[in-house]
Design a protein around this ligand. Structure first.
Ligand SMILES: Cc1cc2nc3c(=O)[nH]c(=O)nc-3n(C[C@H](O)[C@H](O)[C@H](O)COP(=O)(O)OP(=O)(O)OC[C@H]3O[C@@H](n4cnc5c(N)ncnc54)[C@H](O)[C@@H]3O)c2cc1C
Length: 309
């Protein structure tokens, strides 16, 4: 192990409990695609002090880093990730005051949505079935069924690449389709305030149940995937384009186009990232050849290819 890694591990050991620093964790155990080789170091900050101080140490060390939520929008390559993966899932507190919900970045969207419901607060129903964290959702402006995180954000606290803590208000977030200033500037989300509206608890429950049923019926939730593989191109539906090519259920090695929803590439059985990427290329090419539509990935591809030994 390189000296900068050793020095960083020493510093991280002063900030985090030893059980929250792990080496060579297989990323396939931390992604919904169940794909990805080992990362050098994975840390699990559990509170704000640990999160901010770990990030500051990482930035000082110049060791590369990656912030990991629930890994539900990622395709990690088979060679894994060099540097430190900051796993935020233990930094997940949620609090409600009036109609403002405060959540730490690692809070699950499902829990945020449920706590909002328990407090008769409307605005987070759309996220009840998105299997990610609020930090991941803010970074990529997650949305579903006509709702989007951009609609409920009041403010977001982030750390910039110099280690400064900044508060960004809603109107400074530069929300776009699956994009935000957080993504563009490489900020790290610490926590957020959501501005929700008081509503009828029964109606909120009905909406959550309705959206859950829609998702269960239409999406291959029983399979390993990272959700919609491609962004929605202007004027088209990806699933329909792929279906019209006769590719429903098309299999390439251990990767497959879902039979339930053609917009989802799934890991059929122990697929490698390489196999999934090959299938993605096949789909892109066929869609372009037939419809002249250039598909863009919604899933983020990270990490290194597996090195030949
Ligand atoms: C079955 C299924 C259904 C899905 N349905 C939807 C849907 O309806 N709508 C939708 O928008 N998405 C959907 N997704 C995709 C995914 O769940 C969302 O994009 C989610 O917001 C990602 O959150 P995450 O915590 O898993 O992030 P990860 O996948 O862990 O990370 C995604 C990106 O966010 C960054 N990130 C995470 N946390 C932080 C942080 N605190 N600070 C800075 N950067 C951070 C990561 O570095 C990475 O670049 C679905 C996925 C699956 C598997």
């Amino acid at each position: 192990m390189d000296n900068s890694y050793k020095e960083l591990l020493l510093e991280l050991g002063k900030v985090l409990k030893s059980e929250n620093i792990k080496l060579n964790e297989e990323m396939k155990n931390y992604t919904t695609f169940k794909v990805g080789g080992p990362c050098d170091i994975m840390i699990f900050p559990t509170n704000e002090e640990e999160f901010i101080n770990s990030i500051k140490e990482i930035l000082k060390s110049k060791v590369p880093y990656f912030i990991l939520g629930l890994g539900s929008n990622l395709l990690v390559k088979d060679g894994g990730i060099r540097g430190v993966v900051v796993n935020i899932t233990k930094f997940n507190e949620i609090k409600v005051k009036g109609n403002v919900l405060k959540a730490k970045c690692g809070a699950k969207l499902k829990d945020v949505s449920n706590i909002a419901y328990e407090n008769s607060l409307e605005g987070m129903c759309f996220a009840c079935g998105i299997p990610g964290t609020i930090g991941g959702a803010i970074t990529m402006n997650a949305g579903a069924y006509g709702g989007e995180i951009s609609e409920v954000i009041k403010s977001v606290r982030v750390i910039d690449k110099e280690g400064n803590v900044l508060t960004i208000n809603k109107d400074e977030m530069e929300f776009g389709y699956r994009s935000t200033i957080v993504m563009k500037k490489g900020y790290m989300v610490i926590d957020c305030e959501l501005q929700l509206e008081f509503g009828d608890k029964e109606k909120i429950k009905e909406k959550i149940d309705d959206l859950t049923l829609k998702r269960e019926t239409k999406q291959p939730l029983e399979c390993a995937s990272a959700g919609s593989t491609f962004k929605r191109p202007e004027g088209y539906f990806v699933g329909k384009l792929i279906e019209d090519l006769g590719l429903r259920g098309y299999t390439h090695k251990n990767a497959m186009i879902s039979e339930k929803h053609c917009g989802f590439v799934i890991n059929k059985s122990n697929a490698t990232a390489e196999e999934i990427l090959e299938l993605i290329d096949i789909i892109k090419k066929k869609v372009y050849d037939k419809f002249k539509v250039q598909l863009e990935l919604e899933v983020r591809v990270i990490g290194e290819d597996k090195r030949e030994i």
